[in-house]
Design a protein around this ligand. Structure first.
Ligand SMILES: NC(=O)c1ccc[n+]([C@@H]2O[C@H](COP(=O)([O-])OP(=O)(O)OC[C@H]3O[C@@H](n4cnc5c(N)ncnc54)[C@H](O)[C@@H]3O)[C@@H](O)[C@H]2O)c1
Ligand SMILES: [Zn+2]
Length: 369
């Protein structure tokens, strides 16, 4: 078990990673609780898979109140936040309570926003149970919900007291959900950790079969990478944009398919292929490194086919993303494996060309493996 310190404006907190990390929950809760009531926030599905393990570790401490809510993406909305807050209020929850959020990114984003807003802020510990949540959403303090007008449009920056990322939770995860998280792990390799990328090249099969030592390594390196980036730029003023590698096209693909066709990580997988192709076309990345990125992505299993989307529609969707600033799209473009530039201006014809070549680029990478 490794403890990684995550720096935030309001102090620092520990992310505890590795097999047996869950064993630390009892002690962490005991230290933080200070006489207050502990409420677990989770979903029926997550609790069915993970509840027994959580309670085994810390029954007296953690089982005081369990509030379960729907964690489908469609339920990630203000109505769910209101329901949870009303349950807390009905239980006379005061500022001294401690929330323990057990679940994937949806549970974490909703519970984190509840923590940020109930009584203007109560403490929360995150226990992420998906790969995406462990390497990404539980770290960095972004919380929030969707509006019918778009994803994650209402939210707050709010840091947890601690994060506990135990890979044993991932054993019950649907394979497609697991692979979706692997694309984000590849992202961390490309943007800032060449050793992680090398490791994935050598040990991807181990990771995909949930071999625990391999999984522990990639989770720890990913958490370190995310912690490093958000520690330097908590509010996405600059550096944090590097985390958006693959997300410019990825977000556009999700929006164009109504968030129903791709899992987020899969859209990011396509998006990283696109940004890599663009990088090579601009002469910013060697063909050799571009092929390594494509090849690793191709080895993770088959991405859902790209739907027929014109390059005009793609460019429009890219310009509409909330992360574009005043209409200017800042691309994250790799320089080599382990280093990227952000805020890069890419001429639209280049984007359109990369988009047309994308299926062939991916197929070639698959054949090459
Ligand atoms: N806050 C951030 O910085 C950030 C970063 C990335 C993603 N997100 C958000 O996270 C959400 C996606 O999160 P996700 O990929 O974790 O998906 P998710 O929370 O939707 O979970 C995926 C599915 O797996 C189930 N599940 C969770 N843990 C399980 C387990 N251990 N065993 C079996 N089933 C389990 C869930 O019930 C759900 O059906 C999106 O809403 C996205 O916007 C937020
Ligand atoms: Zn992402």
């Amino acid at each position: 078990v490794k403890t990684i310190q995550v720096k935030a404006e309001a102090g620092r907190y520990a992310a505890v990673c590795g097999r047996g990390a869950l064993g630390r929950l009892g002690g962490i809760v005991e230290n933080l609780r200070d006489g207050g009531t502990v409420f677990v926030l989770s979903s029926p599905k997550v609790w069915r898979h993970c509840g027994a393990a959580v309670l085994r570790k810390s029954r007296e401490l953690v089982s005081q109140r369990v509030i379960l809510f729907d964690d489908r993406e469609v339920a990630k909305r203000l109505a769910t936040v209101e329901k949870i807050c009303r349950k807390l209020a009905a239980a006379r929850a005061d500022r001294q309570i401690l929330l323990v959020a057990v679940g994937g990114g949806v549970v974490g984003d909703v519970a984190g926003f509840v923590a940020a807003s109930y009584l203007r802020g109560v403490r929360v510990v995150h226990v992420p149970t998906t790969l995406v949540a462990q390497v990404d959403s539980a770290i960095g303090g972004k919380t929030g919900v969707n509006l019918p007008e778009g994803k994650n449009l209402v939210g707050a920056f709010f840091q947890p007291q601690a994060v506990i990322a135990d890979p044993l939770f991932l054993l019950t995860l649907a394979p497609r959900q697991f692979r979706s998280g692997i694309y984000e792990v590849i992202k961390y390799g490309v943007i800032g950790d060449a050793a992680l990328f090398d490791f994935l090249e050598r040990k991807l099969a181990n990771v995909l079969r949930l071999d625990m030592p391999a999984l522990e390594f990639v989770i720890e390196r990913s958490v370190r990478q995310k912690a490093r980036v958000v520690g330097k730029d908590a509010r996405e003023a600059g550096l944090r944009q590097v985390l958006n590698f693959g997300h410019t096209i990825g977000h556009a693909l999700e929006a164009l398919t109504g968030y129903k066709y791709f899992l987020h990580g899969e859209a990011v997988g396509w998006g990283m292929l696109g940004a890599t192709r663009i990088a090579a076309a601009m002469g910013r990345l060697s063909e050799q490194d571009a092929n390594r990125v494509a090849s690793l992505i191709a080895r993770c299993g088959k991405l859902p086919r790209l739907p027929a989307i014109s390059s005009e529609a793609l460019l429009r969707a890219i310009a509409g993303d909330k992360k574009s600033r005043g209409g200017k799209v800042g691309w994250v473009i790799p320089r080599r494996i382990g280093a990227v530039d952000f805020g890069v201006n890419v001429p639209e014809p280049l984007v359109a060309a990369a988009w047309r070549e994308l299926p062939a680029f991916y197929e070639d990478a698959r054949k090459g493996n």
